[in-house]
Design a protein around this ligand. Sequence first.
Ligand SMILES: C[S@@+](CC[C@H](N)C(=O)[O-])C[C@H]1O[C@@H](n2cnc3c(N)ncnc32)[C@H](O)[C@@H]1O
Length: 256
Amino acid sequence: MENVSFYNPGDNEIITLINEDLKAFKIKQQSVGFFESQFVLYFNQGQLRLQFNKVDGSSFSQCVDFLDEKSIWKQGSLIQKNQIFTKAVGLKKGCLSVLDTTAGWGQDSMMLKTLGFNVTAVEENPLVYLLLRDGLRRFDEATPELKSPINLIHANSIAFIEGLSSESTFDVVYVDPMFPGKKKKALSGKPMQILKELVPTHEEKLGEILNAAFNITKKRLVLKRPLRDKIVESVWHKKADISFLGKAIRYDVFLK
Ligand SMILES: C[S@@+](CC[C@H](N)C(=O)[O-])C[C@H]1O[C@@H](n2cnc3c(N)ncnc32)[C@H](O)[C@@H]1O
């Protein structure tokens, strides 16, 4: 990855945690400077962070922290407020399995886990995956009493689903793709700015991921999209069985 480097000021035990990934993702290591590349990964106080150096000379950094006071995990009330999410994923008693095909910064995966789902989350972007994996690692270390960690996989979801055996299915499959010009209220500005820079929006892939997701689900496919989006109808011709509308976003539910 040409526009990415890992800032390594010296040998440190924690860095060995990601050495193999740096090699696999061809991320070069450097010992000086935070401004050599557009994106710089580094550890600060045990957290893996990603610095985004923008073309206008400004910069900011991002990590995934589920232990932060503001995180979804700490704000049980957020789930109460987010009733449409809960209704859309169709929580029933008992532990259901869910496949989050677009893990991103893991906010929705964590919400699903908090609701009691057994979560498998797939993310294809290496930097987003590394940050999320680090956030989950710290979360799991800090909360050993909580069972069923989120099973995070680095892959393209379509390929991942195609590689599953014919018996494997998930009760619920969740899709939250990137939309062009998506105004994200669900994520604060900076995380979304990084995602927009890192992740291309492939409208033509949207139909493919929805097909794959619908094939693998046992009960329902849940699609999160901007309230007034028109793209989905142009690439996928199924009509939602139920829609839950928020102020800026909607969840469309396709039942099996
Ligand atoms: C809008 S973000 C998801 C945000 C996430 N729901 C959250 O709560 O943080 C979309 C994410 O899906 C990932 N993505 C898009 N298409 C994918 C695919 N086919 N397989 C795996 N990940 C994908 C992108 O890299 C991006 O990180």
